[in-house]
Design a protein around this ligand. Structure first.
Ligand code: HEC
Ligand code: HEC
Length: 381
């Protein structure tokens, strides 16, 4: 441990210095179309990667992020104005639950009245996800995700024209589009760009574990024990798929079959995207940051608690030809943790919770929308 701890410490100091240099840059004007916007200075937590997924044709700007935040929460972005028919990204992606819907609405209901295929994914640190969004990676970019949500029957169930017409008719919005994009024109593509910008600013990197790496706090001996288990093959062996050691995102953004079943019938797994039979039953290994707010667990929400998840990885793995080779302990049915080890692993995973993220006022629903409307009366909230 002491070697690993020291190595992480030294690396984090180096990256922290790099991060400070990054953060102290003064905001500068960046030319865009034929008008000026203000560069949005995204705060990269110490030791997080400096390479970000920001497309060249949609740089982060203060004006774009502000517009995106309004649109993310404004139920009229579904192209409807009747109070009973409003839906926004924020209807399902709620800050309190690290931008998931919460356990009572694990499978949210879309505008067509049906449940979504899978449980939700949190919107955190997606500025480090280079494509392949969703449990099966079917969506290539955040902009593409917004455009898909607009017409998806399980989500807004609307059309680009209806949405463009609705938003352009709301006083205040055309002016904000002009500030962000140079002209007051409201297009689905611009809406997608603005919302994608806002989503890219949702950065979570201030958990107890982060503060431990910065030397600001200590982990208990139980939490440290859990960290060692998490990051060793002979321990709980979680790190290959969920990061940890050198990967502060706690996800590889990759897809694996983690041995839950022997038969695979879900028409929305990774196989549906790649056509490779070895991808049957494979899904994204989600980030374990803020995981205590995202129950129930797995794409189908089959586990209610972290204890159930840890029991599964310990004793209940199912062999199939598709099981990922990184499930090294399949021959024993799991990593066979003792009750003490299970408690330590859970204690460590809970150090990944960042409460400053779920209360950050910059990510919260605005009190009023550009036309002064407060719009608090959603049917789903
Ligand atoms: C009806 C509820 C609902 C609404 C409304 C909704 N989402 Fe989602 N979102 C989901 C569900 C469910 C998933 C998981 C989908 C899957 O992969 O099967 C998801 C997944 C995502 C992901 C993938 C995250 C990842 O880690 O890959 C992103 C990004 C996202 N949503 C953004 C948005 C944005 C932006 C909006 C608004 C334009 C929005 N969502 C509106 C339910 C919703
Ligand atoms: C072979 C790769 C792999 C290994 C090793 C692995 N996981 Fe996972 N994990 C996944 C995948 C893939 C999913 C999503 C599976 C699904 O939804 O069906 C997942 C899901 C989870 C979830 C639920 C996430 C959510 O948002 O619902 C938790 C918690 C979790 N893993 C913890 C662990 C722990 C703890 C370990 C070590 C004991 C571990 N994992 C080892 C691949 C892996």
């Amino acid at each position: 441990m002491s070697f690993l701890g020291r190595a992480i410490w030294v690396i984090s100091i180096i990256i922290m210095i790099a991060g400070l240099v990054q953060c102290t840059k003064p905001p500068k004007e960046v030319p865009k179309d034929d008008h000026q916007t203000t560069e949005y200075n995204i705060q990269i937590p110490p030791y997080f990667p400096n390479v970000l997924e920001i497309p060249a044709d949609n740089p982060l700007t203060v004006e774009g992020v502000e517009l995106g935040r309004y649109l993310f929460y404004d139920g009229r972005v579904s192209g409807r104005t009747h109070p009973d028919s409003l839906m926004s990204c924020g209807t399902c992606h709620k800050q309190d639950n690290t931008f998931e819907a919460g356990p009572e609405r694990a499978f949210p209901v879309g505008m067509n009245g049906d449940h979504t295929h899978h449980v939700m994914l949190p919107l955190i640190n997606l500025v480090w996800n280079f494509g392949q969004y969703g449990w099966n990676g079917s969506v290539g970019s955040l902009e593409e995700m917004v455009l898909a949500v607009m017409t998806d029957p399980f989500e807004f169930n609307s059309s680009y024209e209806q949405i463009e017409q609705t938003i352009s008719g709301i006083p205040g919005y055309p002016g904000l589009f002009e500030k962000a994009f140079g002209t007051p024109e409201v297009t689905a593509e611009r809406i997608a760009k603005a919302i994608a910008q806002f989503v890219r600013t949702l950065v979570s990197g201030n958990s107890k574990f982060d503060r431990y790496l910065w030397g600001e706090t200590e982990l208990t001996s139980q939490e440290l024990h859990g960290f060692i288990l998490f990051t060793t093959e002979e321990g709980a062996d979680c790190f290959h798929c969920h990061g940890g050691g050198g990967n502060p995102l706690f996800t590889t953004h990759l897809f694996y079959n983690n041995g839950k079943d022997t038969v695979f019938n879900d028409p929305h797994d990774r196989y549906a995207i790649t056509g490779d039979p070895m991808d049957k039953g494979a899904y994204k290994a989600p980030t374990l940051r803020n995981i205590e707010w995202t129950a129930p667990y797995m794409h189908d929400g089959r586990f209610e608690t972290l204890d159930e998840v840890i029991d599964f990885y310990s004793h209940h793995l199912q062999w199939s030809p598709q099981i990922d080779p990184l499930m090294h302990h399949i021959a024993n049915g799991g990593v066979q943790l003792t009750p003490t080890e299970k408690a330590s692993l859970k204690a460590f995973i809970r150090t990944l919770a960042d409460s400053s993220f779920v209360t950050n006022p910059e990510y919260d629903r605005p009190d009023t929308f550009p036309d002064g409307n407060t719009l608090k009366s959603y049917p789903f909230e």
